[in-house]
Design a protein around this ligand. Sequence first.
Ligand code: HEC
Ligand code: HEC
Length: 317
Amino acid sequence: MFKLPSALMAAALLCVGPAMAADFGRPATEAEIAGWDIDIRPDGQGLPVGGGTAEQGEPVYEAKCAMCHGSFGEGVDRWPVLAGGEDSLTEDKPEKTVGSYWPYASTLWDYIHRAMPYTAPQSLTDDEVYQITAYVLYLNDLVEYDWELNQDTFVEVEMPNQDSFFVDNRPDVVNTRCFENCADPAALQVVGTIGGVSPTGHFKEDSGVASSHYGDDAPTDEGEAVAVALSADAIAGEATYQQACLACHGSGIAGAPKVGVKDQWTQRVAQGLSTMVEHAIQGYQGENGYMPPKGGHMNLSDEAVAQAVSFMAESSQ
Ligand code: HEC
Ligand code: HEC
């Protein structure tokens, strides 16, 4: 049974008053479910009626995608590369693109429809998604320029790397589960950590595994992550950071200053918090790259963005 998200529900309860409070929730309407049920399966199930060719997609892609992904899908600066990389998967530095790596064309349709353009997700019409999908496939030499991709022809697309994906058959995924006389979880020790990935923050503070949320002992690429005492604003801003800013500032893509790397923040912090907050809210073109207004998440309040800036700056000192 689908339930309304709690915030909506709280609002609904306020409207109808306490008399209904015991009758919590209601079945989601068809329209509400349809809004969430947008996944496209590998066999094309879920595709809406519509269609388009690479030829039609080219101008749309140029206008809405090329500034980040490049006119040929080569990726501008460090934005993701969408085309090329054939036969590179077994090399030291594999180039994983739609053509070289992705097993299903449905992922492309679904991803563009759901998440792109990066700063305005779900703003494309279904036909535009078909057109652009055809164009990205064309950039990967997988379809002809004037071939129409639609809900029926979709199954004709063959992705080169499809057969390399198979169900994991390594021994550790087929172990039988333990229900009695199992090892005591408290006695298990993590012997290796990967910076930013291993959940060291979830260990007990005195376990000696990690003393801070970011894991003092977690190896990092650049410099050392040090535990810092955060202000109340910064603590409040962490969730916003994770949701809206980490995509760029966690890894430093496209020139974004990487959180935790002091050098990249010293000068920025020196301008003063209010300048940084203004830049984060209104967006700006800097020397290293483009910071979109609110990181592209226009639904965020100014206060939430300001708190995220505090979190980022304080975590980088
Ligand atoms: C402002 C820059 C920007 C624009 C404009 C943009 N993208 Fe993206 N795109 C990104 C970023 C950043 C990612 C990686 C997102 C992530 O991993 O969470 C991405 C990921 C993708 C991917 C997945 C790549 C992979 O290998 O994982 C596809 C496909 C894609 N974008 C297509 C498009 C299309 C099509 C458009 C135009 C409708 C578009 N993008 C517009 C920034 C952009
Ligand atoms: C699409 C990638 C992207 C996202 C998402 C993003 N940023 Fe940025 N941000 C950048 C880039 C690139 C710069 C560096 C621009 C420059 O100075 O050249 C930057 C710079 C900044 C700066 C430094 C400003 C200054 O004055 O030096 C702050 C603060 C900042 N971002 C905050 C945020 C916050 C808060 C969020 C989330 C709400 C966020 N960013 C999300 C790309 C991004």
